[in-house]
Design a protein around this ligand. Structure first.
Ligand code: PLP
Length: 379
């Protein structure tokens, strides 16, 4: 099998899996129980929180365990909007956010009456800082912008966005979806008020996430209930899962720079090979782009046909963001980049891991080239 869809999800790390299984058996007690079994579970969970905080260079009280980045994004954006709506109801985000940010902002606009600006991106998938500057108002309370785009890999200038906020309206809260950055490129949480992370993108458990929230930021909880997660997320803690996040993160941050170099070289090789094909254009930008993601379009071909032909060779890629793969429309990211309809309609995304080998890449390229020669183009 050649798996090239690591952006969608990653295989579970064996060490994480083993430790998780034993935690499930041995530490099942409710972390809020007052007897020693509960206290043991709770202390492991708090140790995990402290380790995560240490690795991310923040305070343990700023780490909130969630069920994944979709929940982190919803909590950050709605929690912030509801908390600060007396200051204003204007939110800025981008047209290329993951659906858990994009649709949350739509909901705030359509159901709760917030005013949302979705700023555009250039042909490389990067925001225009001047456009952002022009959109910032006195009643802007939140800016939510992703760090690494999950469809093409473009990287947004978080430091410059922070600078703009400081100069124009320092009360604005900055939320950044860092899901595709964690474990791949350095993340600097001193620049943001909130950030979202997911474990299953870094070889951890599905249904496991973290929301970083600066102490100075207050959120209205989405799930009212008990005292869990500092009153921000009611419900009995999913302790074994939360405990595993620390180990998952430690493993993901190990040798990050070397892994990056390896993946960068593989990406460069695939790019060069694909550029030789006459019907292929590369959608991922060359600069300010994560090497872990490479989007290209085989113009004139239906991407689903290529995907399934590759699948028949046990080679797994995706057409666009997996969360919107069941919709028949073109990729929202590529549409926002203003690429031709023919390009937007034929996009394929491959995504790499430090585990990806040169042999796998060569085999993938061989299959792709053969498929392009044998399947029919669309009229
Ligand atoms: C950029 C980005 N944000 C958020 C998510 C949602 O993550 P989760 O599956 O943990 O809810 C994803 C996953 O597809 C993603 O790529």
């Amino acid at each position: 099998m050649i798996y090239l869809d690591y952006v969608s999800t990653t295989p579970l790390n064996k060490e994480v899996n083993q430790m998780y299984q034993s935690l499930l058996n041995d530490y099942f007690a409710n972390a809020d129980s007052l007897y020693s079994l509960g206290l043991q579970t709770s202390s492991l969970m708090e140790k995990s929180r402290s380790l995560i905080a240490q690795m991310l260079n923040v305070k343990p009280t700023e780490i909130i365990f969630t069920s994944g980045a979709s929940e982190s994004n919803n909590t950050a954006i709605k929690g912030c909007a509801f908390q600060y709506q007396n200051r204003g109801k204007h939110i800025i985000t981008t047209a290329i956010e993951h659906s858990s940010v994009y649709n949350t902002c739509l909901q705030l606009r359509d159901v709760f009456g917030f005013d949302v600006d979705f700023i555009s991106v250039d042909q490389n998938g990067h925001i225009d800082l001047d456009e952002l500057k022009n959109k910032i108002r006195d009643d802007t309370i939140l800016i939510s912008i992703m760090y690494v785009n999950n469809e093409i890999g473009s990287i947004q200038p978080i430091d410059k966005i922070r600078e703009l906020i400081l100069n124009m309206n320092p009360k604005i809260k900055l939320h950044v979806d860092m899901v595709q950055a964690l474990g791949k490129i350095p993340v600097d949480l001193s620049l943001v008020d909130m950030a979202s992370f997911s474990a299953h993108k870094i070889y951890g458990l599905k249904g496991s996430g973290v929301l970083y929230k600066k102490e100075s930021t207050t959120l209205v909880p989405l799930i009212c209930g008990g005292q869990q997660e500092n009153n921000l997320r009611g419900g009995t803690s999913n302790t074994a899962t939360h405990i595993m996040f620390a180990k998952t993160l430690r493993l993901a941050l190990e040798d990050q720079a070397q892994k990056f170099q390896r993946v960068h070289a593989l990406n460069q090789y695939v790019r060069n090979e694909l550029m030789r094909e006459k019907d292929i254009v590369i959608n991922s930008p060359i600069e300010n782009c994560s090497p872990y993601i490479l989007s290209f379009s085989a113009i004139g071909y239906k991407p689903e046909v290529i995907l399934h032909a590759l699948e028949a060779k046990e080679c797994y890629v995706s057409t666009k963001s997996t969360c919107s793969s069941h919709k028949n429309d073109v990729s929202r990211t590529l549409a926002a980049m203003g690429v031709d309809d023919a390009i937007a309609k034929s996009a394929i995304r491959i995504s790499f891991s430090h585990l990806t080998t040169q042999e796998e890449i060569d085999e993938f390229l061989y299959h792709l080239q053969t498929i392009l020669k044998t399947i029919k183009k669309q009229r």
